[in-house]
Design a protein around this ligand. Structure first.
Ligand code: HEM
Length: 228
């Protein structure tokens, strides 16, 4: 086990940890968005999906535990690498304008920690049900948890919709640079491909965060299918 912790503590081990955990979190975001797009099909689709998952507790809890470990590793390693970078270069560049680093790349810790705040709020809102218990605690005619009503009634509250949209903008900056760094760490780095990778990472970040914003706006504009 010592070799594993030595590997994690090394600079390249830390970067690899960020790349692998970042990739897994990115895949989670794609799967989560695809699941949530069922909101557009009306109450039955997403409520049946939630009911199906509830019937598989071993699967759901293993996935949750895995996600938690991956998420914590990503946050802790990211903070460690940022500290090490700061120690390695305690005095900032005299002329920051000469450094070709985008705002997104310089603000990864800020946008990452803001996303952490969003995830904690999001879990308290939709998974634990403590931020808006009245919106959370709704049931279908068959007595199952009404996930459709919980989400659509929540996004119909302008303050909640606005908070979700604002966090997606922050997440966009984090993902747009994260995907680029991931490619670089995995060795996909070439003069000819770098511009393509930059464009691809922006497109992927737009698809994920734009998809989430689209869902919030669909509820606000009454585009989601049918009534709960
Ligand atoms: C409009 C956008 C989103 C919607 C509508 C949405 C919806 C939901 C819902 C309904 C749940 C509760 C599932 C349940 O326990 O029944 C949930 C859980 C969760 N969401 Fe989201 N979500 C959105 C965006 C995000 C984003 C951007 C992230 C991450 C940055 C995220 C991370 C999570 C996590 C980690 C869980 C807990 C999964 C679990 O406990 O199984 N979600 N989301």
């Amino acid at each position: 086990m010592k070799w594993l912790s030595d590997c994690w503590r090394s600079s390249i081990g830390g970067k690899l940890t960020m790349a692998v955990t970042g990739l897994l979190l990115f895949l989670f975001l794609i799967a989560h968005l695809l699941g949530n797009l069922q909101l557009l099909a009306g109450p039955d689709a997403i409520n049946d999906y939630a009911h199906f998952l509830k019937g598989k507790p071993a699967l759901v809890w293993s996935a949750r535990l895995g996600l938690l470990v991956v998420f914590l590793l990503h946050v802790v390693t990211g903070i460690r690498l940022a500290r090490e970078n700061k120690v390695a270069r305690p005095v900032p560049y005299a002329r920051p304008d000469t450094i070709q680093a985008s705002w997104a790349s310089r603000s990864m810790v800020l946008t990452g920690l803001s996303t952490l705040v969003f995830v904690v709020y999001h879990l308290l809102h939709f998974t634990v049900g403590v931020t808006n218990p009245g919106l959370f605690d709704q049931h279908t005619a068959t007595g199952h948890h009404d996930v459709y009503a919980m989400v659509t009634d929540s996004f119909a509250v302008p303050g909640i919709a606005l908070a979700y949209i604002a966090f997606q903008v922050v997440l966009f900056f984090h993902l747009s640079h994260g995907v680029q760094s991931l490619a670089q760490t995995l060795g996909i780095h070439h003069e000819r491909y770098t511009p393509m990778i930059k464009t691809a990472s922006i497109v992927l970040a737009v698809l994920i965060t734009g998809g989430n914003i689209f869902l919030v706006l669909s509820v606000l504009t009454g585009m989601t299918g049918g009534q709960a």
